[in-house]
Design a binder for this molecule. Structure first.
Ligand code: IYR
Length: 229
């Protein structure tokens, strides 16, 4: 029988009521300014910053604490070019026949197309892989749990950390993206999940003037009659 983890005392952050209220608002004010960016500067970013961003991503909760993710960090120009070429080849096909009209209509306001220059311009590409299973001793497969949810959460943490560092990113989803497995030489138990270019925005970077849903469109509350606050 596997033994249970020993326990340690939780070290709560210990915020006061005032801090709780102002921090909740501060985090919203910060995150509300995050935007998906397609127009990057090629300015270099210290590798140590990227390491800390990935460290943060890897603090996300995961099914049975399996941490079923691998973050491939690519700054090598040749590899970025290979990734761009392969992504554009797939995206060209997607935009010219593989995507149904409804999808193309939904993307039209955002103005995306098959050209993906950001894959070479951004100083880093973080290619996130999900790990469907682990290989135990003697090559025996051990399942991971809630892999999509876990890796999605880790990517959310990553995007929040990128934004907090003053950098920008795009959650890019070239489709299909098995070319990433080949180019990055990933093992059989890993599947590409998201391709995230990271860097500073280009000097004259513009983004679509889109609005987010208001709270009453995304939250439904059941507070009962005893609610006091
Ligand atoms: N994967 C394509 C299409 C695309 C899909 C969604 I959903 C977007 O929000 C944006 C683009 C591409 O990356 O262009």
């Amino acid at each position: 029988m596997p033994i249970q983890y020993p326990t340690v005392a939780l070290e709560p952050l210990g915020r006061t009521e005032e801090e709780m209220i102002s921090n909740a608002r501060d985090v919203f004010n910060l995150m509300e300014r995050r935007r998906s960016v397609r127009d990057f500067s090629d300015e270099a970013i210290p590798f140590g910053v990227i390491e800390d961003l990935v460290r943060t991503a890897s603090t996300a909760p995961s099914g049975a604490h399996k941490q079923p993710w691998t973050f491939c960090v690519v700054s090598d120009p040749d590899m970025k070019k290979r990734i761009r070429d392969a992504a554009e080849k797939e995206e060209y096909e997607s935009y010219h026949g593989r995507m149904p009209d409804e999808w193309l209509e939904d993307l039209a306001p955002i103005g995306t197309d098959w050209n993906k220059p950001f894959l070479e311009v951004a100083p880093y590409l973080i290619v996130v892989f999900k790990r469907a299973y682990e290989l135990g001793p003697e090559g025996k497969r051990r399942k991971n749990y809630y892999v999509e949810e876990s890796v999605g959460l880790a990517c959310g943490f990553l995007l929040a950390a990128i934004h907090q560092a003053g950098l920008v990113a795009l959650t890019h989803t070239p489709s299909p993206m098995n070319f990433l497995t080949t180019i990055l030489g990933r093992p059989e138990n890993e599947r590409p999940f998201l391709l995230i270019p990271v860097g500073k925005p280009a000097a004259e970077c513009r983004v679509p003037a889109l609005e987010r849903k208001a709270l009453d469109k995304v939250m439904v509350s059941f507070r009962g009659s005893a609610s006091r606050t």
